[in-house]
Design a protein around this ligand. Sequence first.
Ligand SMILES: *Cc1c(COP(=O)(O)O)cnc(C)c1O
Length: 378
Amino acid sequence: MKKRLFTPGPTPIPETIMLKMAEPIVHHRNPEFNEILTRVNQNLKYLFQTEQPVLTLTCSGTGGVESTFVSLFSPGDKIIASNGGKFGERWVKMPKVFGLNVVEIKVEWGKAPTEEQILTALKANPDTKAVYLTHSETSTGAATDVKTLSKLIRENSNALICVDGITAVGAHEMRFDEWGIDVCVTGSQKGLMIPPGLAFVALSKRAIEAIETSKLPRFYLDLKKALKSYADNDTPWTPAISLIIGVDLALQKIREEGIENVWARHKRLANAIRAGVVGAGLKLFSEFPSFAVTPVWVPEGVEWKQFNKILKGKYGITIAGGQDDFTGKIFRISHLGYYDELDMITMIGALEMTLKECGHKFEIGSGVTATLNALTAK
Ligand SMILES: *Cc1c(COP(=O)(O)O)cnc(C)c1O
């Protein structure tokens, strides 16, 4: 049985990249590796659509976001954090640990923060140093309109605009410079199609200035040290060499396809999955759907555990379950990274066969037909 991964991190890895990463390791302080890191640094700028530095850190995405809290701020600094799911919640909890003063914007799961919510929080807190937004909230599949909100924040404050782009970069349009974003973080095991272990942090001029005056203690995740090494296409510590070799290839693939085409493919595949799910008589969970992941309500009469067991045991497909209050109530299908149209048909086909076995009443083939229609619509 073939194993197929449809989770929003880790995501599938292209064979050519796996083979490349399996080659004998090279040393990181030699010209050969410096050449690779130089190219990675260039291509990361393309990925984020920026002329600014994008740092590569050896840690998961969470470490990337932590590096921004500890490197940009000082004890007592006020930040606004939007919380509409597991990851938004993390960006409320984490800065508190470091003694930052956090104003939380509570967003209902499946929804995104509104302009009004952001504006109200900014007006009530004129001393805000930064606003943290989650571009694609992976736990709920809700996308935040970062472009519109960034403009709003810029027009109404001096706060830095910090974006968790961990499942958005590569799936959703991201124009770091044009949109006036100050910080954007992503991770290697999401849209970048390689294993977990690297985080990427884009920094605006304003963000780099903030690093100069920040007083929070830090060592490993010090972005000042990372920036100093970055100037020589180097890293302060031993990086995850094999992963950087992998991401070099992944970024070249993205460049070849073209970033706009990569975004468009994610949108097309997301629409195809959604059509299939609805076609099979299921309901979507999120009102503002992300192009990276589609959360779906487990239909009435179907038991999540049994459903998941069949999908995995009989068809080799791994999807993600719901989290917190939505455990057993929703499931999440990812289409982030290395996927094509036929993968979507496979996924919906397996979903239908599994639903039928679980006793869900619908016309078999209606989901796949809807997916095929979505993929072939002009
Ligand atoms: C996966 C994810 C994270 C956490 O990244 P790790 O690599 O697991 O540390 C943060 N935010 C979002 C939106 C994610 O999808």
